[in-house]
Ligand binder design. Structure first.
Ligand code: FE2
Ligand code: FE2
Length: 160
């Protein structure tokens, strides 16, 4: 495990343990995101990637908000491969924000991160640095999850 992944695991444990242990996140272990990755795994990859990017690029961010917003960005809580979710790409950010607000205390930064993470598919331009980082990290992680370059994803880390 490299130092960025170690730091990411530490921050995720510090700021996101309650989210990871929640009923909703545990449920997301059963929902497939890309390939063989669950939503739960994807959320961890993206959060870890957010931390890596912000540290490598020396971007000043609210680490707690970054971790919590990234963990909850795909908190839509259904299997989008099933019938009835044809417009998933356009609607799931709003659903995730609604669910996150119902289950957790959500600040402005976290809300903007979740609401805008599908930019530019959804034309909601991120207003915070944390949201831009999430936007980029989500796309890098999604491509990696679908391709043979999965090696850039963090190995099995102990977050809980
Ligand atoms: Fe998403
Ligand atoms: Fe995502």
């Amino acid at each position: 495990m490299n130092s960025f992944d170690r730091k990411a695991a530490e921050l995720i444990r510090r700021y996101g343990s309650d989210i990871l242990a929640s009923e909703g996140m545990q449920k997301s272990r059963a929902f497939v995101q890309h390939g063989t990755q669950s939503i739960y795994d994807h959320s961890l990859h993206v959060t870890s990637m957010c931390i890596r990017l912000s540290r490598k690029l020396h971007i000043r961010i609210d680490e707690r908000a970054l971790v919590r917003g990234a963990l909850l960005h795909d908190y839509f809580l259904y299997d989008w491969h099933e019938d009835g979710h044809k417009w998933h790409g356009f609607h799931h950010a709003a659903t995730s924000l609604k669910n996150a607000r119902r289950d957790f205390e959500i600040g402005q930064i976290e809300a903007d991160m979740i609401w805008c993470h599908m930019f530019p598919l959804n034309l909601r331009v991120p207003r915070c640095r944390e949201s831009w980082i999430l936007c980029i990290a989500d796309k890098i992680s999604s491509v990696a999850e679908l391709s043979p370059v999965q090696s850039i994803l963090p190995k099995k880390l102990k977050y809980e």
